[in-house]
Design a protein around this ligand. Sequence first.
Ligand code: FMN
Length: 143
Amino acid sequence: MGKSELKLCRLIYYSSASSHLQDSDVDAILDEAVTRNGRCGITGLLAYDAFHFMQILEGEDEAVNNLYLCIAADPRHYDVRLIIYQQIEERRFSEWSMALAKLPDVPGRYIDNLYGGFKPQLFSPDDALKYFDMLRHYLQRAA
Ligand SMILES: Cc1cc2nc3c(=O)[nH]c(=O)nc-3n(C[C@H](O)[C@H](O)[C@H](O)COP(=O)(O)O)c2cc1C
């Protein structure tokens, strides 16, 4: 997957997890995402700290938009807010059809210093992307 794809885009949103959500529900979301994203060429990362989700999706713009509408309507979370929607030349997150970073297992000194932890509701668009870059490096090293 690369430059030959037309109209690639990147989308980042955050949301609040439903209060009754269990860890096993989040694992089920990941399984579902891995299978379905593989079919429509979407790649990305999902961060979760038991209170908030933040997710980055990259892929063909129609596929990403359709998926975002499905995700936004999912009752397993609420208050879904868009942080970034942009056209891109190539993917930065192409390794995983979806991967899960459970926080706070993942260290993030830059974000801790700036925001006092994983607070996606405060993140600037640039910092949200930087945070995902940091998670990507962390997950690559852990693999
Ligand atoms: C936080 C969160 C992230 C999700 N991420 C994805 C994803 O990356 N890909 C996916 O296919 N479904 C994802 N889902 C599940 C979708 O919301 C939805 O259940 C799934 O696409 C099936 O939708 P359908 O039954 O309406 O076809 C996610 C759900 C939540 C709550």
